[in-house]
Ligand binder design. Structure first.
Ligand code: SAH
Ligand code: SF4
Ligand code: F3S
Length: 522
């Protein structure tokens, strides 16, 4: 720390103390583990499904006035940050926002834990193994914190929204200095300030979702593809899922803000965007003043001059005819639809509260295929839901084949505290679940390989992302249907969409050679 910084810090401390004395500035929730129970009673409620279900349609305000308080503008100058991200695209994108905030504070990014002055673990709570990984990492970082007491070690993201996790960290992992959740990322500057100047741990977790903050800074991971949030939260309450508790109720961004962001990305040269939401098909349902849903949004984005538009995740229940009609226009709206089914058994779907049957799912697939004949479908599947029978699992296997999914993320059910499914007794032994997953994955691999085989000797359009991870002489990118292609071509094609002749199909990727005289596709 140089003299100037030391001086600034001392001024801030004095000002803070004066503000507190005069009662002008309410101290932040800065607590130690001993008074944490009291703190929880007053400002935090653990996930409570009944309450969450009843959560009202309180008005969501949109704020455009995010700014870094003057007194901490340069708090990160000469310092470095590192953020480790676990979980879904939503978390990846939140990390880009936190990186944006930290950069505005003057921090620079680093990949090396030893160089970092602040390390944030942006966590995921979806399954137990996701949580175990984070606890493992917290343990690994302990010696570093002991060596470097000034290091700020923070835990944020979905795990922080769980009371049991916060308690465990406070009890067993004193090396963690800062805990905040998914609803108060915009408070990162103030939280860092507290952590920096205060002696106690800083814990600030909001049990209730906040408003939408529009103008948060972002440092995006690349210059070719970008994430765009269209909504936050989830109101579906699938019985196995923690997300409605960790991410709060559904809140949609205003269409004009989304479209402006997409236009801006297009102007910056981005080639592909992915619209993000836990259940994008419910977009706009919370608007009271306009009748504007996901179909309308896609129709408007269709008109923006950006080559590729993807979206994730679609819930089958809200996938309506208008959306299918809009997607059928093609253009920049790609014909790859990720449509999680979770199970092929109507009985299990009912217990999961998915609100559709196997037959209804198949009807939806038929409708999509009729309107978009070349559509590629991929899915998510959970095996070993409590008391899932062999027959019910076989129904998942037959559905997998009947739909012809070209890829699937498959999981063994993991009980999450606070969800209804976790209270069920379960008569399916773990080795049976593992066996089922193994069989399902075999089928998924087979179907993926077949879909790749169909592309052999064909020409596909590839958005080139860079050199292949394994071989710098080979370039890598993705087709419109999101298939990985490794091919020989000039470096100048990075960031462009080029035509590649597929020479060989593998299970999860294609090999090829770039077609001469490729015309840029826009
Ligand atoms: N909102 C998205 C998915 C969010 S989580 C959707 O509904 O499709 C991503 C996937 O994780 C889910 O589709 C589901 O297959 C899986 N998942 C969620 N909770 C789980 C749990 N408790 N155990 C195992 N897998 C789970
Ligand atoms: Fe979880 Fe279901 Fe919401 Fe997806 S739709 S986030 S699985 S509750
Ligand atoms: Fe995980 Fe939270 Fe995403 S629980 S899957 S990071 S919404």
């Amino acid at each position: 720390m140089n003299e100037q910084q030391r001086k600034e810090m001392s001024q801030i401390k004095q000002r803070d103390a004066a503000d507190r004395k005069s009662g002008q500035d309410k101290p932040l929730q800065e607590k130690t583990s001993s008074d944490f129970a009291k703190y929880f009673e007053t400002t935090y409620e653990p996930p409570n499904l009944n309450k969450a279900r009843k959560r009202g349609r309180d008005k969501v305000n949109v704020h455009y006035d995010f700014g870094i308080p003057e007194d901490i503008e340069n708090i990160g100058v000469g310092k470095k940050f590192l953020i480790r991200t676990y979980g879904c695209q939503m978390n990846e994108h939140d990390t880009e926002v936190m990186a944006g905030i930290l950069t505005e504070l003057g921090y620079e990014s680093t990949n090396n834990t030893e160089d970092a002055d602040i390390i944030l673990l942006n966590t995921c709570a979806i399954r137990e193994n996701a949580e175990n990984k984070v606890f493992g990492e917290i343990g690994h970082l302990k010696p570093l914190k002991l060596e470097k007491p000034d290091l700020i070690l923070g835990v944020c993201g979905c795990m922080s929204q769980e009371e049991s996790v916060v308690n465990r960290i406070l009890k067993k992992h004193p090396q963690v200095d800062l805990i905040f959740g998914t609803h108060n990322i915009h408070r990162l500057p103030q939280l860092i300030k507290e952590s920096f100047f205060g002696k106690a741990k800083v814990v600030e977790v909001w049990s209730k979702e906040g408003d939408i903050i529009e103008n948060l800074p972002k440092v995006r991971k690349g210059k070719i593809k970008a994430w765009v949030n269209i909504m936050y939260g989830c109101d579906k309450f699938c019985t196995y899922c923690i997300v409605p508790m960790t991410r709060g109720k559904e809140r949609s961004r205003r269409p004009e803000d989304i479209i402006q962001e997409v236009r801006h990305l297009a102007a910056q040269g981005y080639q592909e965007i992915t619209l993000l939401g836990q259940n994008v098909n419910a977009y706009g349902k919370d608007f009271e003043d306009i009748a504007y849903g996901f179909g309308e949004l896609m129709d408007d984005i269709h008109k923006v001059d950006i080559p590729r538009v993807r979206f994730t995740t679609s819930h089958p229940r809200d996938f309506d005819d208008h959306l299918i009609e809009v997607l059928a226009q093609g253009g920049n709206l790609l014909d790859h639809i990720h449509l999680p089914v979770q199970s092929g058994s109507s009985d299990v779907l009912k217990l999961m509260n998915r609100k559709y049957t196997r037959e209804q799912y198949l009807e939806l697939v038929a409708k999509i295929r009729k309107a978009i004949p070349n559509a590629t479908l991929t899915t998510d599947i959970i095996v070993g839901f409590p008391n899932e029978t062999d027959e019910q699992f076989e129904e998942t296997m037959t559905l997998m084949a009947e739909v012809g999914f070209e890829a699937a993320y498959t999981y063994i059910y993991s009980p999450r505290d606070g969800t209804p499914a976790a209270k069920k007794t379960d008569n399916v032994p773990m080795d049976v679940k593992k066996q089922r997953l193994y069989r399902l994955n075999d089928l998924v691999n087979k179907q993926s390989k077949e879909s790749m085989k169909r592309l052999e000797n064909k020409v596909v359009k590839v958005l080139v992302e860079g050199e292949s991870k394994k071989d710098p002489d080979v370039l890598a990118g993705y087709t419109e249907k999101n298939k990985l292609v490794n091919f020989k071509g000039p470096e100048s094609s990075i960031g462009r969409i080029v035509e590649v002749h597929v020479t060989e199909a593998k299970t999860w990727s294609l090999n090829g050679i770039m077609v001469e005289n490729t015309v840029e596709v826009n």
